[in-house]
Design a binder for this molecule. Structure first.
Ligand SMILES: C[S@@+](CC[C@H](N)C(=O)[O-])C[C@H]1O[C@@H](n2cnc3c(N)ncnc32)[C@H](O)[C@@H]1O
Length: 285
């Protein structure tokens, strides 16, 4: 099935207006596959027919469904592994010292897809119960897609999904196998909250304090320069003055925003520009 230029322009415009994501020419081949299920479910014969229904605007839920189908939700547990190892062995112990007086940490996984990133964080804390006893650890996962947020809340994964990134021991320890998939244990599900939220809009849960760590990994890749800057501004305003920001393995803030600078010691982690945390840490020796 061919996607006409005008149809792909309309879809690209809709996706960008709702999420900031650009449907670049190199990603347009995905349109057909991404929307095939919507066509089948609604008995629509062609993409152009779908676009006509969309443009008429008589089915409000349809545009959200189309946008969600066009988003790339690729994710897996402990994605790229080494950033999580660094968090567990270096960053969290340091934050535990810094926040020892109030014993509370807030972490935001922005663009969390089906929840694997947020549950990976929850597993890191749950694997070390003695160290974190008495602490309140808030982990918030957000995504612009209602569909993935619903799945994240369910904490249910296929055999394929649960195996991606988890060893057998972790799978068995933190997930229950049922006839319809693998389900995250109550302990993990209680540790993480999920919310529909667009990274380009005001910070989620503003009344609950700033975040000590924000992860926004593999989300901003297809945003144009202005939208990226806006997303960085939103993240910067959500972060505690000595908080840390993490992007995906192939991403950087360098040349994209003035709000962050690379941490001196921790690879792939960024701090708010102008924060004096490094100097204070150096002074402590
Ligand atoms: C490729 S996944 C990455 C998931 C996870 N962060 C990881 O690295 O494994 C990108 C996610 O970002 C979400 N997303 C895209 N644009 C967004 C926006 N404007 N606000 C919030 N989430 C967005 C998508 O729905 C998708 O679930």
């Amino acid at each position: 099935m061919q996607v006409s230029d005008s149809s792909s322009r309309i879809l690209a415009g809709l996706l960008e207006a709702r999420t900031g994501q650009q449907l670049t020419m190199s990603r347009r081949w995905r349109i057909e596959t991404a929307l095939a299920q919507i066509l089948r479910a609604r008995g629509i014969a062609t993409l152009d027919e779908l676009i006509t229904i969309l443009v008429m605007g008589k089915e409000p839920g349809l545009s959200q469904q189309v946008v969600e189908a066009l988003l790339n939700n690729e994710t897996y547990f402990f994605r790229d592994r080494s950033p999580f190892d660094q968090l567990q062995t270096q960053v969290l112990p340091r934050l535990a010292e810094l926040r020892g007086d109030r014993k509370r940490l807030r972490i935001w996984s922005a663009g969390c897809s089906t929840g694997q990133e947020a549950y990976s964080l929850a597993m890191m804390f749950a694997d070390d119960p003695i160290k974190w006893r008495g602490w309140t650890i808030d982990i918030l996962g957000t995504d612009v897609s209602e569909n993935v947020v619903r799945r994240a809340r369910e904490g249910s994964y296929t055999q394929f999904e649960v195996q991606r990134g988890l060893g057998v021991t972790q799978m068995i320890r933190w997930f229950d196998e049922k006839p319809d998939g693998w389900f995250a244990h109550e302990t993990l599900r209680r540790a993480v909250r999920f919310q529909v939220h667009n990274i380009l809009e005001a910070v989620p849960q503003p009344g609950e304090g700033q975040f000590d760590i924000v992860l926004c990994r593999n989300v901003l890749l297809y945003l144009n320069a202005d939208k990226k800057r806006l997303a960085f501004d939103r993240i910067a305003s959500a972060l505690a003055p000595d908080g840390l920001f993490m992007m995906g393995a192939g991403e950087t803030v360098i040349g994209q925003t003035e709000r962050f600078r690379a941490d001196r010691d921790w690879r792939g982690l960024y701090r708010l520009a102008g924060s004096d945390f490094v100097e204070r840490r150096a002074a402590r020796g």
